[in-house]
Design a protein around this ligand. Structure first.
Ligand code: NIG
Ligand code: FE
Length: 417
C-alpha cells in the first residue's frame, strides 16, 4: 500500500539534528515548501519536492492543497487511566482553596484514587480508549501514560495493565510509567516511607512483566520530600527503570536539581524551578517537560521559565499533563498556544517541544517525532497555511488528517448541512 501526500504548502520534518534539540538550536527549524511525502507499507519512503514526487506510483494520492504537514505529535506526560471525574472541585477552586489543601482534605488526587479503585478494569479500559481517540483527533500519535490513582498493589497493577492493553489495541503507541508514589493515602498518613516501600516492592514484578518503562514520583511539599524521592528513584534505577519526576510544580523544593542528579530522562512541571535548578538542567541531558495547561488550570501565575531554560541551553518539551484534576484537556494545540502566550516560547521552539524533544523525553527519539525516510509514517495534515498558525489561532482543533503508521486514523468530519 502506497500513499502520496503532495502539494504540501509547508513541511516540517524536524530532522535537522540527530538527538534531542537544546537551547538556541530549538530556533533552527527548516521549512520545506511545495513538498511531498511518499508512504509505503506504513513507513516514510521518500521526502522531496512535490514536482519530483508527484508522478510516483501510489494507491492513494492526497492533494494537501498547500496545507501544513508535520510529524504526529508526541505527548510525553499524561495520567491517561483513571476512574471518575472531579467537576465537583471546581467550586472549591473558585473559592480559592489551593490544590494542595484540597488534597490534604482527602480530595484531589485521593478522590480519583477512590474512584479508580471502584472502577472495573473493563470500564477503565473503555474510558482510556475514549481519551486516546480524542488525543488522536488533536494530532497526537504517541502518548505516555502514568498510573498513580491506585496507590495499592492491586489497583496500580490494574491501571498498568489497562495502559498496556490500550496500547496494544489502539493505533496510538502508549508508553507506560509507574507513578505509585503520587500522593499519601489515609493508611500511610503517618508513614509515607511505608507507602514508598510498598510501591518499591512492586518494581521487580512491573519490570518482569514489562508493565512500565519509567518510574515517576510527585516530589512536593506535603507529598514526598527530595530525600524520600532520591531513595525511591535510586531503587527504581537499580531495578532497571529510567526515572522521571513531578518536580518544582508548586513549591520550589529542589526537584529540578534532583532530576539532574539522578540523570532522570525528564523533570516535569518545573514551574517554580530556581536559578540553580535551571542552570543545572541546562548543563544536563534531562529534558524539562513543561506543562503550562496545569498552571493555567490551577489559576496560578508561575508559568515555567521556558525562556531562561532555553537561553541557558536546556532541552524543553511541552505536554497537556492530561489528568482529571490539575489539567483536564487532551488538546495539545491549546497547550501550544499557552506555551507561546504564557511562556513566550517561539513557534519554532514549540514545534520541537511537541515532536522531537517530547519523543526523547519518553525514549522514543529514534522512532517518533520526525518525518524521515525509513521511519514509521506518523504524520498530520493541518488546516493551516503555516506552522506559526497553530499556536496563534487558539482553543480549536486544526487537524485535517492524522496518519498513524501510514494508516488514516482521523479525518476532520464535515457539517451535516
Ligand atoms: O501532574 N501533580 C501531581 N499530579 C498531577 C495531578 C493529578 C491530579 O490532580 O489528579 C499533575 O499535576
Ligand atoms: Fe502530571
Amino acid at each position: 500500500m502506497a500513499t502520496l501526500l503532495y502539494n504540501i504548502g509547508q513541511l516540517l520534518t524536524m530532522d535537522q539534528y540527530d538527538g534531542q534539540v537544546r537551547g538556541k538550536d530549538m530556533n533552527n527549524l527548516p521549512v520545506y515548501e511545495n513538498y511531498a511525502v511518499l508512504i509505503e507499507d506504513g513507513k516514510i519512503s521518500k521526502v522531496g519536492p512535490s514536482s519530483q514526487l508527484e508522478n510516483e506510483p501510489a494507491d492513494e494520492k492526497v492533494d494537501c492543497e498547500g496545507r501544513l504537514v508535520t510529524p504526529g505529535i508526541v505527548e510525553p506526560h499524561t495520567h491517561l487511566v483513571f476512574g471518575g471525574s472531579r467537576e465537583h472541585e471546581m467550586a472549591l477552586k473558585q473559592q480559592g482553596v489551593p490544590y494542595l489543601d484540597i488534597l490534604k482534605q482527602g480530595g484531589g488526587i485521593l478522590s480519583t484514587v477512590r474512584a479508580t479503585r471502584e472502577t472495573s478494569e473493563q470500564d477503565l479500559y473503555k474510558k482510556a480508549m475514549f481519551h486516546l481517540d480524542r488525543m488522536a483527533s488533536y494530532g497526537i500519535t504517541t502518548v505516555e501514560a502514568k498510573s498513580g490513582y491506585g496507590m495499592d498493589r492491586e489497583t496500580e497493577l490494574k491501571q498498568l495493565r489497562v495502559a498496556n492493553q490500550v496500547g496494544k489495541d489502539h493505533p496510538l503507541e502508549v508508553v507506560s510509567t509507574f507513578l505509585g508514589a503520587h500522593a499519601i493515602t489515609e493508611d500511610y498518613k503517618d508513614n509515607p516511607e511505608g507507602l514508598l516501600d510498598e510501591m518499591a516492592a512492586m518494581f521487580p514484578q512491573i519490570k518482569e512483566e514489562g508493565l512500565a518503562e519509567f518510574v515517576d514520583i510527585f516530589t512536593e511539599k506535603g507529598v514526598f520530600t527530595v530525600e524520600q524521592s532520591r531513595r525511591y528513584l535510586n531503587k527504581a534505577k537499580e531495578c532497571g527503570f529510567d526515572v522521571k519526576l513531578h518536580a518544582d510544580e508548586i513549591e520550589p523544593l529542589g526537584g529540578t536539581q534532583l532530576a539532574v542528579e539522578l540523570g532522570a530522562r525528564s523533570g516535569d512541571h518545573l514551574a517554580v524551578a530556581t536559578d540553580e535548578g535551571i542552570e543545572q538542567l541546562a548543563n544536563s541531558d534531562t529534558i524539562g517537560v513543561l506543562l503550562p495547561g496545569t498552571i493555567f488550570y490551577l489559576g496560578k501565575g508561575d508559568f515555567a521559565r521556558a525562556r531562561d531554560m532555553i537561553e541557558a541551553g536546556a532541552t524543553v518539551a511541552i505536554s497537556t499533563d492530561f489528568n482529571p484534576g490539575s489539567s483536564v484537556t487532551e488538546n495539545i494545540q491549546l497547550i501550544m498556544s499557552l506555551a507561546a502566550l504564557k511562556m513566550r516560547m517561539t513557534p519554532e521552539e514549540i514545534w520541537y517541544a511537541v515532536t522531537t524533544n517530547a519523543a526523547h523525553a519518553i525514549n522514543r527519539g529514534d522512532v517518533a517525532g520526525k518525518i524521515k525516510e525509513g521511519r514509521q509514517a506518523d504524520i498530520v495534515i493541518w488546516d493551516a497555511p503555516n506552522y506559526k498558525y497553530i499556536p496563534y489561532h487558539y482553543g480549536v482543533n486544526h487537524v485535517n488528517t492524522v496518519f498513524k503508521a501510514g494508516k488514516k486514523l482521523y479525518t476532520r468530519g464535515g457539517l451535516h448541512v
